[in-house]
Design a protein around this ligand. Sequence first.
Ligand code: NAP
Length: 482
Amino acid sequence: MKAYLNYIGGEWRPSRGGATFEDRNPADWDDVIGTFPLSTRQDAVEALSAARAAQPGWAAMSPVQRGEILLRAGLIMESRLDDLARTLTREEGKTLREATGEVRRAVEIFKFFAGEGRRLTGAVFPSDRPGSFDMTRREPLGVVTIITPWNFPVAIPAWKMAPALVAGNAVVFKPASLSPLIGLEIVRALEEAGLPDGVVNLVTGSGGVVGDELTGNEMVDAISFTGSYEVGYGIYQRAAPRMVRIQTEMGGKNPLVVLADADLDLAVQLAVIGGYGGTGQSCTATSRIIVEEPILEAFTQRLKERAESLRVGNGLDPDVEMGPAVSEEQLRIDLDYIEIGKREGARLIAGGDVIEGMNGYFIRPTLFADVRPDMRIAQEEIFGPVIGIIPVRDFGEAVAVANQVQYGLSASICTNDMRRAFQFAEQVEAGVVKINQPTTGLDLHVPFGGFKRSSSGTFKEQGRIALDFYTRLKTVYVGYAP
Ligand code: NAP
């Protein structure tokens, strides 16, 4: 079994406390991927100190040079694509096809932000005074803490680290404890690409200890967090007294609205990709399907058949369409919500149980009919392959139901009526709206972020706009012939 280490100040080293934790394959309990440092607060402080020391030198380099290092890191990851995808499947459970897509996405993110090194522009303004002009320049913030969840453990660190670095910040990165290896592989690629020591630091371990230090310490200039609402809310509160720059991207309860005119084949396909893809463990996963009554029966029947036919198993098997729950705890949460749904009076029509006799956390794709909007299974994020179908009379009710939750991350509509589609885009309270596309899946060069409890709403992620979070604007007044 391999013992992985922290990366602090350009050195791979164990935690000062010496303790470790195991990373296991959720599709095969006997497969231990490795051990990782269960780091202490001291490790976190040392990582922050290393970042603080390295940041001025990194900021002094040209953004073009910084971009070249990011490009090399992206190409290194690309050369290892197949191995990295297998690592991701082994530690998180998603299918190899999904894992390959995610690693490829991380590679493309590094390439994208490498190019941004040449486009780190400010603006030039005319002045009130003759012989003068005003301009803005983008400056890095300093030391950025990056804390990420287990479900997209390579794409999310990539979409935070790449803009942070190209802008000239130093980073301390804490990956989720359920899937730390694939994030470590990004750090390894950056090291091999020639990143100066201390510019990126990796500290693994418990969120409550390491994460707490990395968000509360005075050396931190900015925090980018993705994870649950409960943890994000706590970090936001903790950061507020220091007024440190922060973005928290959090959970979802994402609806797919199916109107009576929809192409039913497409609607079922969107439901399956959005609801059962990634075992329902995407922040943008479809967990509510809001269906107009004229097609309710036909749609429900088709989705039930498709859910029952999905092949569930170890994601390394190319025939498998859905992997396991990520952990025993997540599986228990899924099963608890299934019981809650039954007690609330929803009608379980597919799945609802674990698949016995397998060496992992396998649950069947689950479908509830007759769900009411106020039921807990229609309100709370489950984060498993559990979909609830909510019948509605018309478009107006569909939008009202879509908005009747505290989250607002992604929302989709399936219809051929473009008037309705754009009315939906106008009226739905979600940061991402999809028309005839699944709630999941994002283009890497366009803004991403939620509304309501899905986000602090401070800054968007992904694409050029991500650089707004990782830079501050300075305004310079120039009198060249005053
Ligand atoms: P989580 O429990 O909130 O953990 C997220 C990260 O925060 C992990 O690295 C965790 O460390 C760390 N952490 C935990 N407690 C902390 C604390 N007190 N201080 C600082 N850091 C702390 O979320 P998760 O279970 O990993 O991920 C699932 C959640 O993420 C879902 O709600 C999902 O919707 C959301 N998500 C949102 C987006 C988005 O872009 N909106 C994308 C993906 C996922 P440990 O792993 O060591 O506990």
